[in-house]
Design a protein around this ligand. Structure first.
Ligand code: ZN
Length: 210
């Protein structure tokens, strides 16, 4: 939903002319997307555009920033119900990275972010069990929800063990985790494997000389 404007830092938010976000809402794990967002290189502008297109609208108008022009749109949820949201027509990459810094700090400092985050709530019974359904319509809102859930669950906050990643992530399960996600765990296992092979090769060479 973003395109490039002459100003390399400015993103123009584009949606369909009917004022409706079309199609079936795509789903993603907001924790995985948060790690992906935190890992992004702030100098990679095309990469940021690709990422934004995978998460939908970044934020609602007036949520954290004074935007010049606003538009409104209907966003469908998984039930097919529509939510009207106002969004800024333009947003800067600088603002997005500022929001990232803020969120990372909130996670590290264990801020009581729930004090400031309101969500749309639905109370339902699923398979005879009472359930609370929280609806988020923008990526920023989904990020606030992950931070709030991590906070109320007293999730353990740690740093990814891949040295060139270092992303701050949270673990709420009892499982030990060293890496922010499978991507980093895989890279590190490939590196360890390569290192092992190199050492094996070196020791066999050493033996050959003797
Ligand atoms: Zn990582």
């Amino acid at each position: 939903m973003a395109g490039i404007k002459p100003d390399p830092d400015l993103l123009e938010v584009q949606v369909s002319e009917s004022g409706l976000v079309s199609g079936i809402p795509s789903s993603f794990d907001p924790w995985e997307k948060r790690n992906e967002f935190f890992r992004r290189d702030a100098t990679d502008f095309p990469g940021l555009l690709r990422f934004l297109n995978s998460v939908g609208l970044f934020e609602k108008a007036g949520q954290s920033y004074k935007f010049e022009t606003m538009s409104s749109i209907l966003v469908p949820d998984t039930r097919g119900a529509h939510h009207r949201i106002e969004y800024p027509e333009q947003i800067t990459a600088k603002h997005i990275w500022e929001m990232r810094r803020l969120l990372e700090r909130a996670l590290k400092d264990r801020s009581e972010i729930g004090e400031y985050a309101d969500f749309e709530v639905r109370l339902v019974r699923i398979k005879g069990q009472p359930r609370v359904v929280l609806t988020t319509t923008t990526f920023l809102e989904a990020l606030f929800l992950t931070l709030t859930v991590d906070r109320v669950q007293a999730a353990k906050v740690q740093k990814c063990a891949r040295p060139d990643c270092g992303v701050t992530f949270a673990v709420s399960s009892r499982h030990e985790r060293k890496y922010c996600d499978r991507y980093c765990a895989h890279i590190e296992s490939v590196r360890r494997d390569r290192e092992r092979k190199k050492q094996l090769l070196q020791s066999s060479k050493g033996k050959g000389k003797l």
